[in-house]
Design a protein around this ligand. Structure first.
Ligand SMILES: Cc1cc2nc3c(=O)[nH]c(=O)nc-3n(C[C@H](O)[C@H](O)[C@H](O)COP(=O)(O)OP(=O)(O)OC[C@H]3O[C@@H](n4cnc5c(N)ncnc54)[C@H](O)[C@@H]3O)c2cc1C
Length: 305
């Protein structure tokens, strides 16, 4: 079933969600309805939230299947894909770039940098413009029959109104729960974050006290100073990045558009073209301010709940 349940972690946030949906600007309304706390268990088997909003048009996908499908289509279209091959240097200029890699040199008319949260000193101008932030996630072992249906009566994905958000869902085959979020102020290892995420998951669903975690992993997403995604060209190099944690849809969209821009096609134009890509003085790509910011937001989320 499509849709997302956005759960309110305070009564005030529930009121704000209800107001927001009422006050949607004309033309930007979306199919959504509020679910008060008394009816919340229709959506989610917990009482920790204060109701929430069902966004009916939101949808989810199996990211592994999506990646495989994209790869197959790129290969079928004639692209050459070389995995585990780091670009270590870009020299030359538009029409005649040379890229040094561990496996040899590549000559290219055009270069697109789409490294998002993994943008490095290879492209220092871009590195100064994105803020890499780790996002951490766990998968439970398969649940006992019946338990999934009581915790997740629908197949909707779930997020909550905390600034340091939790996002979670039943796996597409409804056997396991996938539970993600940020549990430490600084970056940590998935070995450490796994236990902390499990504690938070049990805080929402005490029924899972005996359920074990089978997987724990993390990856980097990229935030930007204006919280918008960016597409453009700098010194002849195309770029698309800065999805602020929601790149599955947006990276797919801007990836398509940047490809069309490389080809000089009219349909490659986007509303984000020409947007200044901001940085900040003294920011070189290492977000020293992040632990403080995350700690502050975690405190604020906790204080409000
Ligand atoms: C745990 C987690 C959960 C998430 N959940 C969601 C979600 O529910 N919904 C959603 O929309 N988004 C989610 N995201 C974010 C989403 O995964 C990203 O926004 C998306 O992957 C961005 O795609 P991308 O292709 O731009 O960058 P990436 O997928 O990050 O790919 C960048 C690639 O660049 C490569 N690279 C970097 N430097 C070099 C180099 N020098 N040479 C060669 N290659 C290089 C990296 O190896 C990497 O493969 C999540 C992310 C994480 C980590």
């Amino acid at each position: 079933m499509p849709g997302r349940f956005h759960a309110a972690h305070t009564p005030g946030e529930y009121e704000a969600l209800a107001r927001e949906i009422e006050a949607a600007p004309k033309g930007l309304e979306e199919p959504a309805h509020v679910v008060p706390r008394a009816e919340q268990r229709r959506e989610l088997g917990t009482d920790v939230y204060h109701g929430g909003l069902v966004m009916e048009a939101h949808a989810s996908l199996d990211p592994g299947g999506y990646h495989q499908g994209l790869l197959e289509r790129a290969l079928a279209a004639g692209a050459t894909v070389i995995p585990h091959c780091k670009v270590t240097g870009i020299t030359g200029e538009a029409e005649a770039f040379e890229l040094a890699t561990a496996k040899g040199t590549v000559r290219a008319r055009d270069v697109v940098v789409a490294t998002n949260g993994y943008t490095s000193a290879l492209t220092p101008w871009l590195r100064r413009r994105v803020i890499p932030i780790g996002s951490y996630i766990i998968a439970t072992e398969p649940l006992e029959p019946g338990l999934m249906d009581s915790l997740f009566p629908t197949q909707r994905v779930v997020s909550d109104t905390r600034k340091v958000v939790y996002y979670y869902r039943p796996s597409p085959d409804r056997t396991r729960i996938l539970f993600g979020g940020r549990v430490t102020s600084g970056e940590t290892s998935p070995l450490h974050s796994g236990g902390l995420l499990r504690d938070d998951l049990i805080g929402i669903f005490p029924e899972l006290k005996k359920t074990r975690i089978s997987h724990s992993w993390m990856g980097f997403v990229a935030y930007t100073f204006d919280e918008l995604s960016h597409i453009g060209k700098h010194e002849g190099i195309h770029y698309a990045m800065g999805y602020c944690g929601s790149g599955v849809g947006m990276a797919s969209y801007l990836g398509t558009r940047v490809g069309q821009q490389v080809l000089g096609l009219e349909e490659g134009r986007t509303a984000l073209d020409g947007l200044a890509f901001q940085t900040r003085p003294l920011y070189t790509g290492k977000p020293w301010f992040l632990p403080l910011t995350v700690a502050y937001y975690r405190w604020r989320d906790g204080a409000a709940a």
